[in-house]
Design a protein. Structure first.
Length: 398
């Protein structure tokens, strides 16, 4: 892909050098255009060395002659603007044409990826958010900002997305949007069932599988709602493009699912939901001297089964079954009993299945095992292939 990398004047400009390096390593052709302010943070020679191409600094003396801004706008398949400061975003909205970067942006008609970077209170200002809405309507693809420490020492949403996230956004441009217009629900992470404010019944789930599925569904054009349990880290830049619903208990998860059931085209349920909860929950910490060795439990609602009971007949449902043994048999039984479309049987143990540990799974359909998978990103891709095909078939038949 041919990419114009527009570097604006912000302290995060030094991170854009890594973006350039990663793009070139991935096989893209990169031409860099820098604002005058950007050269105060990173020298043009840095980008020339990383891309192997001269850097555009002014319309009068560009790398392709006096009309370099026209040539570059026509040459590029995609454009990146990073870091997008408050001033740069305002310039893009206003359509100013007073520097090389602005001129290329105004002449370019392909997908433009923008990675904002500014102080959190600036990003939250109504004027900035109005500008963001304007550029979104123009088709801009936003990556970030993310939560973190900014140059002033403040923490909040304003830090530029990591180079990896920006490069991934470029890759997303080439992905088949076979889920465009679809609403996908993804559940992820554990539930916590409180005995008292400091004691819980839970499991080792980190939500890694659910995040991989939500990310892949988003890449393929879906509107994604991510229902996520406690302790799951949500720092990636793409997270701001999905609806995030934080839940704690199985009951809260069920409530959130039922609220969204009517509009969902598919549910992919990876959350590790506790089967039990304490019959009595104390609002105060119970000291061990006052607690016996038995604490009476009761069954939690079966969130997946309850969803299947009320869902629309065309909603596709994929479940996950984490097992230490007899994985295929247990998963197939789960599929039959709950009326699911597919189940992914996961092998779990002390050193397998959870977080980034080695992974092994099997996708199971109504007729039995269909395909083995050996990573969570691969599982996300294979599962969503099936969901997209099923939804497409249903549309053709209706």
């Amino acid at each position: 892909m041919r990419i114009v990398l527009g570097v604006a004047g912000g302290i995060a400009a030094y991170k854009v050098a890594e973006v350039a390096s990663r793009l070139v390593q991935a096989g893209h052709e990169v031409e860099t255009v820098m604002s005058e302010a950007a050269t105060q943070f990173v020298g043009p020679l840095t980008f020339a060395a990383l891309t192997g191409r001269p850097v555009g600094l002014s319309a009068a003396d560009g790398p392709r002659g006096p009309l370099s801004h026209v040539a570059l706008a026509r040459w590029a398949d995609a454009m990146i603007v990073a870091p997008a400061t408050a001033d740069r975003i305002a310039r893009m909205v206003a359509g100013t044409a007073d520097d090389m970067l602005s001129l290329v942006y105004l002449g370019f008609r392909g997908p433009c990826i923008v990675a904002p970077a500014m102080e959190p209170h600036m990003w939250d200002h109504p004027a900035i958010q109005r500008n963001v809405q304007r550029l979104t309507a123009d088709g801009v693809v936003w990556v970030g900002p993310v939560y973190g420490r900014t140059a002033s020492g403040m923490e909040g949403n304003g830090r530029m997305a990591e180079p990896e996230d920006i490069v991934n956004a470029v890759d997303d441009l080439t992905v088949n949007k076979d889920l465009a217009g679809r609403v996908i629900l993804v559940t992820a992470g554990p539930t916590w069932e409180h005995f008292d404010p400091v004691r819980i019944l839970t499991n080792p789930s980190t939500g890694t599988m659910g995040l991989a599925l939500a990310r892949e569904a988003l890449r393929r054009g879906a509107t994604v709602s991510l229902l996520v349990g406690p302790g799951v880290e949500l720092s990636a830049g793409w997270i701001r493009r999905v609806e995030v619903v934080r839940i704690v208990s199985a009951e809260e998860l069920l409530e959130a699912l039922l609220e969204r059931a009517a509009n969902a085209d598919a549910l992919i349920a990876t959350a590790a939901v506790s089967d039990f909860r304490p019959k009595q929950r104390s609002s105060l910490k119970q000291h061990k001297a006052n607690v016996g060795l038995l604490w009476e439990m009761k069954r939690n609602p079966d969130t997946l089964q309850e969803f299947c009971r009320v869902k629309d007949g065309h909603t596709v449902v994929v479940g996950f079954a984490a097992e230490t043994h007899a994985q295929v048999e247990s998963a197939a039984r789960k599929l039959r009993e709950k009326g699911l479309d597919w189940v992914v049987a996961n092998t779990v143990g002390p050193a397998q299945g959870f977080s980034d540990l080695p992974y092994q799974g099997m996708i199971i359909g109504p007729n039995g095992p269909e395909e083995s998978v050996t990573s969570k990103p691969e599982t996300a891709s294979k599962v969503l292939d099936r969901v997209a095909r099923r939804l497409s078939t249903q549309t053709e038949e209706s």
